[in-house]
Design a protein around this ligand. Structure first.
Ligand SMILES: Cc1cc2nc3c(=O)[nH]c(=O)nc-3n(C[C@H](O)[C@H](O)[C@H](O)COP(=O)(O)OP(=O)(O)OC[C@H]3O[C@@H](n4cnc5c(N)ncnc54)[C@H](O)[C@@H]3O)c2cc1C
Length: 381
């Protein structure tokens, strides 16, 4: 790829080996069991991948192109299992970024560093039963009390929610302020008043843990309100959430690549009318269409990551990358299903899993409609 450097090539090379040897052979089993894999999660932590985004002095990998490398991490893991990749993507970016940026020594020692080592699992909870795209209308309330804050409310769809040791919770200190009243609170899941409402069963990304969480007078000490002292911490954290759209796009590219590769192999092996189905022009054209969609998704995603590494404004590029990659790769997975014929519907082949999982990047981190709203605003509309 034209965006590659020695660092990114090396990063992908080592990671791809781990994915092929460790994750790929377990991907089907994880999809069936729907369990979060602590074993593989810890391995990824021990290998240092959860520190990809952070400088060496903070305990991270100290890479020159952290955003591009994290994009590679999301893509490579998703090539084997989008469910596993989603949990790692959450841990290595959204769940740890504000701890790194605004956490004090206590937060860094007890949560951030163990998270980078894969010893503690993190989550980030903003979505509520009645507040999804319209995040500013969320109702989880933070009330000031002696030495800290009390949280009350319910969150849904929280990735890593039932297995998390700590969760960054977005809550309002004053609902009349809308987005400006939103603050970030680091909750230790052992705190009294916190409970998992239920683990949510879902159509896609089975082994990515998804939960409903309940907060009843959960005490958060003042030092765990994550804030840089310049207004709403949620609005200040927005840049970190923006870059996550590139990582979600990378999940789509990963699963799109898996579907493309599986289909290419299948159409060369499957024989009908005395020859491989890949010799029929209709099938060939579909495979070429898949490549065109996959390559444009990949190029746009890595261009956005490169701009992020250059500290450029990526508001438009990250949203566009997510639209292009999520929608293109969902179509790639559809076409792979067509090339497999009836076998595509059978659980013994992974293409049905790829198609199911390819719906996640279209919703996670904001729907395609919301991405279009962001781009329209950037156009001045
Ligand atoms: C598997 C999974 C994991 C997730 N993980 C997390 C997590 O870890 N933490 C977290 O906080 N959240 C998480 N989410 C939540 C995710 O971010 C939301 O699902 C997403 O933002 C959409 O919100 P919603 O589901 O409430 O849909 P809604 O906002 O109710 O949207 C319903 C429909 O209306 C459309 N719509 C809404 N508003 C507009 C508008 N203004 N203009 C045009 N169309 C509009 C949407 O595009 C959609 O088609 C996760 C979701 C999933 C599915």
């Amino acid at each position: 790829m034209i965006f590659d450097t020695e660092e990114t090539r090396e990063y992908r090379h080592h990671l791809a080996r781990w994915v092929d040897e460790r994750l790929k052979p377990k991907a089907e089993e994880l999809d069936h069991s729907g369990e979060f894999s602590f074993e593989l999660f810890r391995e990824i932590g021990e290998l240092g991948y959860l520190g990809t985004m952070y400088p060496e002095e903070a305990g991270g990998s100290g890479l020159q192109q952290p955003y591009t490398c994290f994009t590679i991490l999301c893509e490579e893991l998703a090539r084997a299992s989008v469910g596993f990749a989603a949990g790692v993507c959450m841990q290595g970016s959204t769940a740890t970024h504000t701890l790194y940026a605004w956490g004090d020594e206590e937060v860094k020692t007890n949560y951030f560093l163990p998270a980078l080592r894969g010893e503690k699992v993190g989550a980030f909870a903003i979505t509520e039963p009645n507040a999804g795209s319209d995040a500013a209308s969320l109702r989880t309330k933070a009330t000031k009390t002696d030495g800290g804050w009390l949280l009350n409310g319910t969150k849904v769809f929280t990735t890593n929610g039932t297995v998390a040791d700590f969760i960054t919770v977005v809550a309002t200190t004053d609902p009349t302020l809308k987005a400006k009243g939103l603050e970030l609170f680091l909750v230790d899941t052992k705190t009294k008043g916190f409970s998992v409402g239920r683990k949510l069963e879902k159509f896609a990304v089975h082994c990515s843990d998804t939960a409903e969480l309940v907060f009843e007078n959960v005490f958060v000490p003042e030092n765990r309100r994550l804030n840089n002292g310049a207004g709403s911490s949620f609005l200040n954290a927005y840049q970190a959430l923006t870059v996550d759209r590139i990582f979600t796009a990378a999940l789509a590219v990963g699963v799109g690549r898996a579907a493309y590769d599986a289909s290419l192999q299948y159409i060369q092996e499957r024989q009908q009318f005395g020859k491989p189905v890949g010799q029929f022009q209709a099938v060939q054209f579909r495979q070429v269409e898949m490549l065109a969609k996959l390559e444009s998704a990949s190029l746009y995603t890595y261009q956005a990551a490169l701009l992020a590494d250059q500290s450029k404004d990526i508001t438009r590029e990250a949203a566009l990358a997510k639209i292009i990659a999520a929608e293109n790769c969902n179509e790639v997975c559809h076409m792979a299903m067509q090339n497999y014929g009836g076998w595509g519907l059978m659980n013994e082949f992974p293409v049905q899993r790829f198609l199911r999982d390819s719906y996640f990047p279209m919703v996670g981190g904001g729907t395609g409609d919301i991405m279009r709203m962001i781009v329209a605003r950037q156009m001045g509309l």
